[in-house]
Design a protein around this ligand. Structure first.
Ligand code: D5M
Ligand code: FE
Ligand code: ZN
Length: 494
């Protein structure tokens, strides 16, 4: 493990203080706090100190200490591999339509944070203000009070807070600690009430309706999420052109599924009506396997040079038909900072690709023929899975629905998802998208939530030794396709 730690930091171009090495080696999982610390940094420090790793270990421990129950949901519906006849019949030729791509929201070129304490304060203030504004527009939160006022009330109270802590008592009740800029308050969710089924994660912003008891504790009656207010009809194009979704290609890995990808390429270039209707291909991150992303990755690489990995991918993209416009965002394996929001792939890498490829950050809101697509790699699903019992890697759509309810792509701070404290919280779901696309978990699924089409886009990598060890069974080589006129989604298997 010592060698792994040292190799890991040296690949990142930094050093570890000897005391920091010893401290890390005494931890259960030494890589986790180290990764966390390095990814929270904007620049690479010359040396990582004992103080740095102690803080990171402490944060990781606090994040791991929270366990919350959830009710099991219905099994994920995966549509049949045969594309429905109506979907085939309505297909229009993408080549008859020129691309209309607009990047509506993206951090690329706008990052300002340096990771100072002031940055963190400003970041969370922006998160709180923006989400509480959304909550205040909800009917249930009309007349919401500041926490300092609510504490002193003897009647029903309504207030908005950021979740500082969630814990379960020995009787199975849950206690939320909530904060706003004025004060902090505890709210009790009784085990035998409907609130027992509510998912609550740390650092989300929510509204509480309840009554204050004589000890200043709020007995919650209901929780209110910013959510997507009402189900809307799909706001689509007039023509039946389609967008396809892939992610987690992991080019360069020795588990990359070459044959499956060749099948995809052949099908896309064929005269199949559905293939010819593909106007866009959204690529949601982990486009290559990268270098030094996890310990001893070099043993699992078929291409061990980062530029060569992207060159190989560029050739694969160039082999796709001209009527498909590709929009690509990075993921946690790509050659950009790991902290989210991640900017688009850097210029030297973009130059390897044909000029018609469009690069954007992770996350990005992109207009495709006027249809708003929110593309996010989905790293935060690791944190949803580890902090909400009942969530798992096979059911990414459950986590995606929670993200929309919370109007935040990565609410849990200090877990596996590194977050850069930008001046504005770019992970807030500001605009309601028409389509919400993620990847990362190497599963696949399509669904809708209050009129938003949800897509999780599989992988082109077979099960890795790490996933085998963790019992993560991928569902590779499946491609969701969405009709931009109706929002109808299907999955094509290869
Ligand atoms: O992630 C691919 C899958 O493996 C995804 O389901 C998450 C899981 N994974 C990967 N690394 C970790 C760690 N460190 N902890 C927990 N789960 C993990 P990918 O981003 O392609 O590596
Ligand atoms: Fe991946
Ligand atoms: Zn990933």
């Amino acid at each position: 493990m010592r060698e792994q730690l040292l190799a890991f930091v040296s690949k990142r171009g930094t050093l570890l203080e000897p005391e920091a090495v010893e401290y890390l080696l005494a931890q259960q999982d030494p890589m986790v706090p180290l990764e966390r610390f390095l990814s929270s940094r904007h620049d690479m420090p010359f040396v990582v100190t004992l103080h740095d790793v102690m803080q990171a270990v402490d944060l990781a421990r606090r994040a791991a200490a929270q366990v919350r129950p959830v009710t099991p949901a219905a099994p994920l519906a995966v549509p049949a591999s045969v594309l429905p006849a109506s979907f085939r019949r309505l297909a229009e030729k993408a080549s008859d339509h020129s691309p209309e791509v607009e990047i509506l929201r993206d951090i690329t070129g706008r990052s300002t944070c340096e990771g100072t304490l002031e940055d963190f304060t400003r970041y969370f203030r922006h998160r709180f203000t923006t989400l509480s504004r959304m909550l205040r527009s909800r009917r249930e939160m009309g007349g919401a009070q500041e926490i300092a006022k609510a504490r002193r009330s003897t009647h029903e109270v309504r207030f908005i807070g950021i979740v500082a802590d969630v814990r379960t008592t020995k009787n199975g009740h849950r206690i939320l600690e909530l904060e706003d800029e004025t004060d902090r308050i505890s709210a009790l969710l009784l085990a035998d009430s409907p609130l027992a089924a509510e998912t609550v994660v740390s650092d989300e912003v929510l509204g509480v309706v309840g009554t204050v008891n004589d000890r200043g504790l709020v007995i919650a009656q209901s929780l209110v999420r910013p959510d997507i207010p009402v189900a809307r009809p799909f706001h689509g194009t007039s023509d039946h052109i389609r967008a396809a979704f892939v992610s987690d290609i992991h080019v360069g890995s020795n588990t990359f599924l070459d044959e499956k990808w060749s099948k995809l390429t052949a099908w896309m270039g064929s005269d199949d009506e559905v293939a010819r209707s593909l106007r866009y291909l959204v690529v949601s991150g982990d486009v290559v396997d990268g270098i030094g992303v996890y310990p001893r990755q070099d043993e699992e690489l078929a291409i061990d040079d980062i530029y060569e990995q992207y060159e190989d991918l560029a050739r694969k993209m160039a082999a796709l038909p001209d009527h498909v416009t590709v929009v690509m965002i990075p993921g946690n394996h790509d050659a950009v900072r790991p902290a989210e929001p991640q900017p688009a792939l850097p210029q030297p890498i973009q130059k390897l690709f044909d000029s018609n490829l469009i690069f954007a950050g992770n996350p990005s809101l992109v207009g495709l023929h006027g249809v708003k697509v929110l593309a996010y790699h989905g790293r935060s699903m690791d944190d949803f899975v580890s902090s909400i019992p009942g969530m798992n890697y096979h059911r990414p759509l459950d986590a995606m629905k929670e993200m929309l309810r919370m109007r935040h792509l990565a609410p849990i701070y200090g877990g596996k998802t590194p977050i850069a404290p930008e001046a504005e919280d770019h992970l807030i779901v500001q605009d309601v998208p028409d389509i919400f696309a993620t990847g990362h978990v190497h599963a696949v699924g399509v669904d809708t939530y209050r009129g938003v089409v949800l897509v999780n886009s599989s992988t082109w990598q077979a099960q890795t030794p790490y996933q085998k060890m963790r019992n993560i069974e991928p569902m590779p080589a499946r491609m969701p396709i969405v009709d931009l006129a109706t929002g109808q989604a299907v999955i094509k298997e290869f």
